[in-house]
Design a protein around this ligand. Structure first.
Ligand SMILES: [Cu+2]
Length: 117
């Protein structure tokens, strides 16, 4: 309950403090899609948000299911609302954990489970 109140407060703070165009980042679409499949070994990650994200302060972590996790280096942003990275991956199940810093300074996080064939 306390945690829920806190997120409501954070959300409210965001809505009240900044114009709508600069709200914190919500993932709109991604490659891979959630529970999507990619063909390896060369894979591309593209994350699209509803608002600008700071590519220098955002981060991606790749977790192999039943294996290790590794940081993924973000490349030059193709657009202000997008994050881009590449990796070489063997077949298996993975999760891409993202942390995005929006223009209002708010951090949002999420996870994209996907499979490499
Ligand atoms: Cu925000």
């Amino acid at each position: 309950m306390k945690k829920m109140l806190l997120s409501v407060a954070v959300l409210l703070g965001c809505v009240l403090a900044v114009p709508r165009a600069f709200a914190h980042a919500v993932l709109v679409s991604s490659t891979p899609a959630i529970h999507g499949t990619l063909h390896g070994p060369d894979v591309e990650f593209v994350l699209k948000y509803n608002s600008r994200v700071d590519g220098t302060r955002s981060s991606l972590t790749l977790v192999k299911v039943g294996g290790a996790s590794q940081a993924v280096t973000l490349e030059k942003q193709p657009a202000p609302e997008q994050l881009l990275a590449h990796a070489k991956l063997g077949a298996g199940d993975y999760a891409l954990r993202w942390q995005a810093v929006a223009a209002d300074g708010h951090i949002s996080r999420g996870e994209i489970p996907f499979t490499v064939k």
